[in-house]
Write a protein that binds this ligand. Structure first.
Ligand code: SF4
Length: 355
């Protein structure tokens, strides 16, 4: 049976009449975290029964969670077919300025969600890739990760948070379901997470970047670039054979970006591989003419990777060079490092590992 969370509001409106019932249904699912149709008291009993005969609500269960020293929580979710995948709740310090002049310090939440079980892209530095590809997640399985995490942390439905499609899988390889999930998230009667708070992170599937851009959903784009020449990028990311650096940059230039936003370029810094000033100079050249910001990420070494974490001084030199050229550049804290929740470190847990 399919989850009702797999459907956008307009898809449900095509099946359920009158339309305002769908609005009520969305309210129960995404703002009141209902777990059964019976709970939806303002829906007619008959409709509750019909819905229960046709759909399930929640397509996943929390199977395990692990808290990192920095406050991040990694969730392992079990899907109904027995497969599993992960999402991570990242907490950062945030400040809110109010019209009355008051300032509130509230944690800023970002949920890093998965879009597939496993991944086909096969990046050399990625633990997810090592497990191969299993299947795409449905829209409901993408959306339910955030809803389950909000509920588990007692976050009110209207609590603002950010979503990054940066967990397991290549989101643009599951484009149709990704687009539906984005639409469900941004629905004002549903989770109401504005598109500007959602970032799609891709390994650079050129054709799909154009397709996502043509939908003009208002989401942010992040590109995992990691290398500045094709030879190295192909070694790190075999997808570069299909879409080389030039092809990725062309697709990025065509992507509609909100006037106040920039395209994020993720650059995983690996010791002795792409951490020198020669690479930094090439990167500046590549980004010419693009409203870009760069996020330098410390590579988190793990046993089988064969790569090493960069030296802090090389990271600083790299960052300072970009800043000196007027490029916004941050160094990503390795959040969740101690629980293998950092980028490229999510993978399907085998049952014995998750117990
Ligand atoms: S880094 Fe992302 S795109 Fe590359 S193999 Fe891992 S999950 Fe797939």
């Amino acid at each position: 049976m399919q989850s009702i969370m797999d459907f956008t509001k307009s898809e449900l409106e095509a099946q359920i009449q009158p339309k305002f019932r769908v609005k009520q249904l969305f309210g129960w699912l995404y703002n009141r975290y209902a777990e059964s149709f019976e709970q939806m008291q303002n829906l007619p009993k008959k409709m509750q029964q019909q819905l229960a005969e046709e759909f399930i609500i929640n397509p996943l269960q929390i199977a395990a969670k692990q808290q990192s020293k920095d406050g991040s929580i990694k969730y392992l979710f079990k899907l109904r077919d027995g497969h599993s995948m992960e999402a991570v709740l990242l907490k950062m310090r945030g400040t809110e300025y109010h019209e009355d002049g008051s300032i509130k310090h509230l944690p800023r939440y970002t949920v890093c969600v998965s879009t597939q079980v496993g991944c086909k892209v096969g990046c050399a530095f990625c633990l997810t890739a090592k497990g191969g590809f299993v299947r795409d997640l449905t829209p409901g399985e993408i959306v339910a990760q955030v809803i389950a995490i909000k509920k588990d942390n007692g976050l009110e439905a209207n609590r603002k948070l950010n979503i990054v499609y940066m967990g397991m899988g290549e989101p643009l390889d599951n484009l149709e379901n990704l687009i539906k999930a984005i639409e469900i998230f941004k629905d004002p009667d549903g989770p109401a997470i504005a598109a500007g708070r959602q970032t799609v992170s891709t390994s650079g599937l050129g054709k799909q970047i154009y397709k996502l851009g043509s939908k003009d959903l208002g989401v942010n784009l992040a590109i995992s670039l990691h290398a500045v020449d094709d030879e190295l990028r192909t070694k790190l990311m075999p997808i570069n054979k299909a879409y080389n650096i030039e092809a990725v940059m062309e697709a990025v230039k065509a992507f509609p970006i909100n006037a106040r936003k920039r395209v994020m370029f993720e650059y995983l810094v690996i010791k002795g591989v792409n951490d020198d000033l020669k690479a930094a100079k090439k990167l500046v050249k590549l980004l010419h003419g693009i409203k870009a910001k760069v996020n330098l990420i410390y590579f988190n070494a793990y046993d089988e990777s064969g790569f090493q974490r960069p030296e802090e001084k090389d990271m600083v030199n790299f960052q300072e060079f970009l800043l000196s050229k007027g490029i916004t550049c941050t160094v990503r804290e390795s959040k969740g490092l101690d629980i293998s929740a950092a980028c490229g470190q999510l993978r399907e847990q085998k049952d014995e590992e998750s117990q």
